[in-house]
Design a binder for this molecule. Structure first.
Ligand code: PRP
Ligand code: URA
Length: 211
């Protein structure tokens, strides 16, 4: 699938960590650490286009023209629960960012998202928003979360996931062609339970040790 707004992060460190993440033998502690590390590396890669402004900085030797991030701070919005696993990693790079939360779960029978919580930072219209969720399966959760966020007119929205299914990617980019998608792995297909194949199983359960 060729789409200029979809970025598969081929960085060797991301791909190596993704392999360990997928492994069924990886326990919750290591799984959490890997989700966090991958999110941090993806954040680094996906913020290349942040605007900068020039300032003057006095070094011990001279005054230099230097650069700092321009504009309001950004906001990270994890989709509960599994998106929470990505927050620590992205905040380790951008500690001043605000964090909003959107609660969604997939109905086990219909696989449609059910939303149960939404708390977003103020002044979203002046902020860049990164929506975080490790899994883009049918795309339903991410599509609804981004629609909700768009009601607050943020400056820009980016969606960051660790694994995407082709079905979800197609649905998401159709629903939100203006939102770039960053993912570490584009997998094969969805199974009859709408789980990503080969995927990594249930991300929320593996992060929190449930089930
Ligand atoms: C998972 C995942 C996404 C969603 C993806 O959450 O974290 O939010 O499924 O599926 P979709 O693209 O088909 O909507 P889940 O519903 O399992 O909830 P949880 O994070 O609370 O475990
Ligand atoms: N949610 C998950 O956690 N894993 C999948 O494969 C699909 C949805």
């Amino acid at each position: 699938m060729e789409n200029k707004n979809v970025f598969i992060m081929e960085h060797p460190l991301i791909q190596h960590k993704l392999t360990i993440l997928r492994d069924e033998r990886t326990g919750s502690k290591q799984f959490r650490e890997l989700v966090s590390e991958i999110a941090m590396l993806m954040c680094y890669e996906s913020t290349r286009d942040l605007p900068l402004r020039e300032i003057e900085t006095k070094t011990p030797i001279a005054t230099a023209k230097t650069k700092v991030l321009a504009g309001r701070k950004m906001a990270f919005v994890p989709i509960l629960r599994a998106g929470l696993g990505m927050v620590e990693g992205v905040l380790s790079l951008i500690p001043a960012a605000k964090v909003g939360h959107i609660g969604m779960y997939r109905d086990p029978k219909t696989h449609k998202p059910v939303d149960y919580y939404c708390k977003l930072p103020a002044d979203l219209n002046e902020r860049d928003v990164f929506v975080l969720d490790p899994m883009l399966a049918t795309g339903g959760s991410a599509i609804d979360a981004v629609s909700r966020i768009k009601e607050f007119n943020p400056k820009r929205i980016k969606f960051m996931c660790i694994i995407a299914a082709p079905e979800g990617l197609e649905a998401f980019t159709k629903a939100h062609p203006d939102v770039p998608v960053f993912c570490a792995g584009l997998d094969d297909h969805l199974n009859e339970h709408c789980y990503i194949v080969p995927g990594l199983g249930d991300a929320g359960d593996r992060i929190f040790g449930t089930k």
